[in-house]
Design a protein around this ligand. Structure first.
Ligand code: IPD
Ligand code: CA
Ligand code: CA
Length: 255
């Protein structure tokens, strides 16, 4: 049912993405257009998801929280993760939907409509890419690992300095870094074994809710960047395969 809702929202995102490619060469700019595309996708998701589970609440990026009638369950939705890519016609963005019940994440999907890749997971049932079961990578040497990261929304000079230092430390211990611009897909790629690890601070619950379930169910390990337990509201994530998580944590801290 999440997949059907995502599919419907994806159709409007794809239409709008094609339009953005045209707008790119005009002088009008794409900001307002992309904001409208984002809102359209969120509205579709809200309607579709409410229809299948009328009792569930919501945490929506654009329109905020809606209390659950059953007081237990909510959808955590990012209608467009990778907005800057979308705005620049870079085909790396996704719809992310997580399900939380009694404060625990129990399911999630991350859908990349351009590549038609549906990453999905349910607690206790595993993680999948379309019909294929997912496992995190087996790589155990940090020196041959490919690790992604994203830039925190915190623009302060301290945050920038921290981020440059982390990048520097990790660059000297890994094969290479990637900054692909969609936190939801970064986590999905860790689950799929495409990336060996990923870290970012300053994220929002809707960026990571679905991705957390994916990584866990694919056998990955997640904490906050400082090594403490990962918390949706804190938005700090360090995800990796179990061999590399500790090594990456140390590298980030410059040890
Ligand atoms: C952003 C993306 C990006 C991450 C940012 C997020 P948005 O979400 O996930 O990869 O680095 O922290 O805010 O704004 O495109 O939905
Ligand atoms: Ca996002
Ligand atoms: Ca978004």
């Amino acid at each position: 049912m999440m997949a059907q809702a995502a599919d419907k929202a994806a159709r409007s995102l794809i239409r709008d993405f094609n339009e953005v490619e045209n707008l790119q060469v005009s002088r009008k700019g794409t900001n307002d257009f992309v904001t409208a595309a984002d809102l359209r996708a969120e509205q579709t998701l809200k309607e579709e998801l409410s229809r299948v589970r009328p009792g569930f609440g919501f945490l929506l990026e654009e329109s905020g929280p809606v209390k659950a009638a059953d007081g237990r369950s909510r959808w955590i939705v990012d209608p467009l993760d990778g907005t800057l890519n979308f705005m620049h016609s870079v085909p790396q963005f996704a719809i992310s939907i997580g399900v939380e019940q009694d404060g625990e994440l129990i399911a999630g999907i991350v859908f990349d409509p351009i590549k038609d890749e549906l990453f999905w997971a349910e607690k206790g049932r595993g993680a999948f890419l379309n019909h294929r079961r997912l496992r995190v990578s087996a790589r155990d040497k940090l020196s041959s690992s490919l690790v992604a990261h994203g830039r925190s929304a915190d623009e302060s000079p301290e945050a920038r300095q921290r981020f440059m230092t982390q990048m520097n430390h990790v660059l000297s211990h890994t094969r290479d870094l990637r900054r692909m611009g969609s936190a939801a897909l970064d986590l999905a790629y860790v689950a799929a074994g495409r990336l060996d690890g990923y870290w970012e601070d300053g994220l929002k619950p809707w960026d990571i809710a679905a991705g957390i379930v994916l990584v866990r169910e694919a056998g990955g390990y997640l904490t906050a960047v400082d090594g403490s337990p990962v918390e949706l509201e804190r938005g700090s994530v360090l995800a990796a395969n179990p061999h590399l998580h500790g090594q990456l944590h140390k590298a980030l801290a410059g040890r």
